[in-house]
Ligand binder design. Structure first.
Ligand SMILES: [Zn+2]
Length: 294
């Protein structure tokens, strides 16, 4: 599932391709993604509008659209859900089976494809109001993070998925950040000491930044080939190195050796989601036989 870095890479990729383009036709193949707007209202709002900006908030893409004669642009929010993809396709090319919404831009179509139906492309911005700070932005301070954790009895891995705590971190980068910080995923959020909070704060930002850099250096895979989710394996030709394998340290690596200490990486389920961790580098309690890493 795409998280902050994958969405950020997509935004940087799409922004120059969409800038100044006019929507000439709107085709809605699955009205559910527009909710609560009807296909008719959505089409009326978008038809004839020009793309005049693309930014990101958490895991949401924010498209700025301006209608002729309107002073203020309107925001269209996109969310990729589990496996959604957004890309441009020549207008003459055949549409994918799971195209949910297609916006014709003249020679090309902007396609929102969603095979598992959890994505959104909507004028309803209420979900954005509930988001916490951007983890890479100036509002996400150690102090603010510490205060929020101190009020929570949830396990720290579960708490990191709370989008009102910070926006854009999901299952992958929660596991990765806890590993980098050397913290057990089961620790109650409010039990973290100030030095641990600071380590985790730094680890979250490092993990996200590195992922954005990694994703910006490899070609995007629109075809959805390979074993992972289309675009979000950051694309690779068959037989080329798998970037996920190389850049993620614990996520989806259960049964394999920890890159730091060699212990076997474990998987556990927390709040119905998988967590991956090293039982040696991420002990809940300090032990007499400390991990080689620490
Ligand atoms: Zn380890």
């Amino acid at each position: 599932m795409p998280e902050l870095p994958e969405v950020e890479v997509l935004v940087r990729h799409l922004a120059p391709l969409l800038e100044g383009r006019t929507i000439r036709a709107v085709h809605v193949h699955r009205a559910k993604v527009l909710a609560p707007a009807s296909t008719r209202a959505f089409t009326r709002a978008l038809l004839g509008a020009r793309f005049c900006g693309l930014t990101r908030r958490g895991k949401h893409l924010l498209f700025a659209l301006r209608q002729a004669g309107q002073a203020e642009p309107r925001t269209l929010a996109g969310h990729l859900g589990m496996t959604g993809r957004m890309y441009l396709l020549p207008a003459a090319a055949r549409l994918p089976k799971h195209a949910a919404v297609v916006l014709n831009l003249g020679r090309e179509n902007f396609v929102f494809e969603d095979t598992r139906y959890f994505g959104r492309l909507t004028l309803d911005l209420r979900a954005l109001a509930r988001l916490g700070p951007e983890p890479l932005g100036p509002e996400f301070t150690v102090g603010r993070f510490a205060d929020a954790l101190a009020r929570s009895s949830q396990q720290i891995k579960v708490k990191l998925l709370d989008q009102s705590l910070l926006a854009g971190v999901g299952n992958i980068y929660a596991s990765e950040a806890l590993f980098r910080a050397g913290l057990a995923p089961t620790l109650p959020a409010r039990s973290l000491r100030p030095d641990q909070v600071k380590r985790l704060w730094r680890a979250i930002r490092e993990a996200l930044r590195e992922a954005i850099v990694c994703g910006s250096t490899v070609p995007l895979n629109y075809a959805g080939q390979g074993t992972r989710d289309g675009l979000f394996d950051f694309g690779r030709a068959p037989g080329a190195p798998d970037f996920y394998e190389e850049r993620l340290r614990v996520y989806d690596r259960a049964g394999r050796p920890c890159p730091e200490c060699g212990a076997t990486i474990k998987r556990r389920v927390q709040a119905a989601r998988s967590t991956f961790y090293c039982p040696c580098c991420q002990r809940a309690r300090a032990s007499a036989t400390a991990c080689r890493r620490r």
